[in-house]
Design a protein around this ligand. Structure first.
Ligand code: PEP
Length: 256
């Protein structure tokens, strides 16, 4: 069994001071567990969290993630942040292709793919998000849609060095479950993850069996154990429920 990966996606919430207060509370309540814990705050809180974690480490590792990056290492791209800049701050992961970025910021397969390649080349671990809308689910086209998203965002990835490729993480996040309070049913998540695993093995051979497959969408302390207990679920991407340090600590604890 791979180590479960639990990722907090704070989206556009918390100032750097609020982030530090969260960390202090998390330090008080979180018990060591089998999970690898990752927190993705806004860009503005990465530096303070990284410094505090370096100066006053937790009794277990806590990794940082960014919520986006620009594929170029530097240049005339006002408002953007690059992979080497994140790496220099001590960031380990980056969330890419989140449905909010696809829908609200019109991110295409091509731009997501370029970001993925940049992240992998700069030793970051991309968490590639995929997920179907309620309309696609109602048409019974979920798996075709998810495979189309993977085809589009992973094109050419297998050409990268094996050690780069091995850092890839995928998060299945049904759009209708995100922020709705209604998570997908554990058995349905398991079935989808099994299909995605089959796709990854068909496409990448044995390497495809090692890519962590996370679930995201209204996961909270109350449903964490039943979702994380599914054999094909390797962890979770947690939005709203991660904003409260106690709730997030309970989700981490559900990994045992
Ligand atoms: C997300 O947006 O990545 C997410 C999982 O959100 P929530 O947990 O709030 O549904």
């Amino acid at each position: 069994m791979p180590q479960p990966l639990i990722v907090a996606n704070w989206k556009m919430h918390k100032t750097h001071l609020e982030a530090l207060a969260w960390l202090q509370q998390f330090r008080e309540v979180c018990q060591p567990s089998s999970a690898r814990i990752v927190v993705a705050p806004p860009f503005t809180a990465l530096e303070s969290l990284a410094t505090t974690l370096r100066e006053q480490p937790l009794p277990f590792p806590l990794y940082l993630a960014a919520q986006n990056l620009h594929p170029e290492p530097n240049g005339a791209f006002t408002g953007e942040v690059s992979a080497p800049m994140l790496k220099a701050l001590g960031v380990s992961y980056v969330i890419l292709g989140h449905s909010e970025r696809r829908q609200l910021f019109f991110e295409s397969h091509t731009s997501i793919r370029l970001k993925m390649i940049s992240a992998l080349r700069h030793q970051l671990r991309p968490i590639l998000c995929i997920g179907e809308s309620a309309a696609i689910k109602a048409q019974g086209k979920t798996l075709d849609f998810l495979k189309g998203q993977l085809d589009g965002s992973l094109e050419g990835i297998e050409g990268l060095a094996k050690e780069d490729f091995s850092r890839l993480v995928i998060a299945y996040e049904p759009i209708w479950a995100i922020g709705s309070g209604i998570a997908a049913a554990p058995e349905a998540i398991e079935a989808t993850h099994q299909s995605l695993r089959g796709y990854l093995i068909d496409r990448f051979g044995p390497s495809g069996s090692h890519i962590p497959l996370l679930y995201g969408g209204s996961l909270k302390a109350a449903n964490a154990a039943s979702i994380l207990g599914q054999p094909s679920v390797n962890g979770a991407l947690v939005g709203g429920a991660s904003l409260d340090a106690g709730e997030f600590a309970s989700i981490v604890a559900a990994c045992g």
